[in-house]
Write a protein that binds this ligand. Structure first.
Ligand code: FAD
Length: 377
């Protein structure tokens, strides 16, 4: 793999010391002949109890753009149990840009387990040889991507924020934050195939669906029996608590930071979110201080969000927070410091005390919405 930080280029080597070897430290950076046959961009379709995770469609939008640049096609892999609606998921994938769907129905693929899913995906990759394989950076995607990359002996770039095709090498240029989010680095897998990457939900935009698009379905078999699998799926118990907080897909988010001073003041954030019908987010220090649940953290080590409206109260706008919310349609920042970094990228800024501005906004929105409802009745 070759790695190239985007910012702060390295200082030139001193003349007395021997010239530095290029990235890769002597490893082969040329694509071996037998791997040149790998073509096409694939997306692993993640589904659970009848629902496809939206990150799969978001990735399909990116896969389509990459394939168009490469002049190749888009494939999806749909693995599941005998009676699961995998063909329906494939049909939906075609509307989002897929050309082909590789489907495997098997009793051992009912409910995610690493071993059968790794075998299913790696067997398909070895047989059909895609050059790029994308998975969502979800719990399932992270687990599967790691074992598939290890089994295939190829490179995997996790938590990418941008995917592109390098014009010189035609390799996947996968960009992700590094050094605690202070640098963006672009990683390319030059000598191995497929090139693998994971992307977190909401990092990429949802592509438009084209209901008229169709594609080809290829049915395959797994060739694995239950006795070969160490992990047993006994039951599924949903985490009722975390299901309630759906930050990545919320349309309105009101987030609070350390500027709110204490957990009691954080209630002001909850009140405004309630009136707006939105979710509550927070910065990492607030989560670390135990003011709110970890599921509410927005940022590099929290959730990536893309709401229509993001209100940031008492948040400085550190890069690690910014990367998780800067794709929001409208960002409103409330901060006492006119020089706070958040004002550099917020669409609207209120220089003021959040402890006064938040209740004022809550009251104004409540009045406005009540009036609106009266007129609509
Ligand atoms: P502060 O930086 O302390 O800012 C508080 C702000 O409130 C200030 O701008 C201040 O002017 C303002 N303020 C003070 N009083 C008021 C008031 N009465 N009214 C209005 N404004 C007021 N952070 C995240 O959020 N998410 C992450 O995922 C994340 N991941 C990280 C990963 C790593 C590896 C590292 C090193 C850090 C990470 N951080 C993350 C932490 C990040 O660097 C910042 O420390 C954090 O985002 C700052 O949180 P804050 O804005 O709440 O607090």
């Amino acid at each position: 793999m070759s790695e190239a930080p985007k910012a702060a280029p390295a200082a030139p080597a001193a003349t007395a010391t021997p010239a530095r070897r290029p990235a890769g430290r002597g490893r082969n950076l040329e694509l071996p002949e037998h791997l040149k046959a790998y073509k096409g961009v694939w997306v692993f379709i993640e589904h659970d109890r009848g629902h496809v995770h939206s990150v799969s469609w978001e990735l399909l939008g990116e896969a389509r753009k990459l394939a168009d640049k490469l002049g190749s096609g888009v494939g999806v892999v749909v693995l599941g149990g005998p009676d699961e609606a995998l063909e329906k998921f494939a049909a939906e994938a075609f509307t989002y840009g897929a050309d082909k769907a590789y489907i495997v129905h098997d009793p051992v693929l009912l409910g995610y387990r690493n071993e059968p899913f790794t075998k299913g995906l790696t067997d398909l990759v070895n047989k059909y040889q895609p050059e790029i394989l994308l998975l969502g950076a979800t719990s399932m995607g992270r687990d599967l991507a790691g074992s598939v990359a290890t089994t295939l002996l190829t490179g995997l770039t996790a938590d990418c924020t941008e995917l592109n095709i390098d014009p010189t090498s035609r390799a996947l240029a996968a960009t992700r934050p590094t050094f605690g989010g202070s640098l963006l680095c672009t990683i390319m897998t030059l000598a191995y195939r497929p090139q693998m990457a994971t992307v977190r939900p909401r990092v990429m935009a949802m592509p438009p669906a084209d209901a008229g698009r169709g594609g080809e379905i290829v049915q395959e078999t797994l060739g694995m029996v239950e006795t070969q699998i160490v992990t047993k799926l006994l039951d599924f118990i949903a985490d009722a608590h975390s299901q309630k907080i759906n930050l990545p897909y919320a349309d309105v988010i009101v987030s609070g930071g350390k500027g709110l001073k204490n957990p009691e003041n954080f209630k002001l954030v909850f009140e405004l979110a309630r009136v707006l019908g939105g979710e509550v987010g927070a910065t990492r220090p607030c989560v670390q201080a135990g003011w709110v649940e970890a599921e509410r953290q927005v940022g590099q080590t929290g959730k990536t969000v893309r709401p229509k409206l993001y209100i940031a109260a008492g948040i400085s706008g550190a890069i690690q927070h910014r990367v998780g919310m800067e794709a929001s349609d409208v960002i409103v920042a409330i901060n006492t410091d006119p020089n706070a970094p958040i004002f550099d990228f917020a669409h609207y800024g209120i220089v003021g005390n959040a402890l006064q501005v938040l209740p004022a906004l809550t009251q104004a929105f409540a009045q406005h919405l009540a009036q609106h409802r009266k007129l609509a009745a």
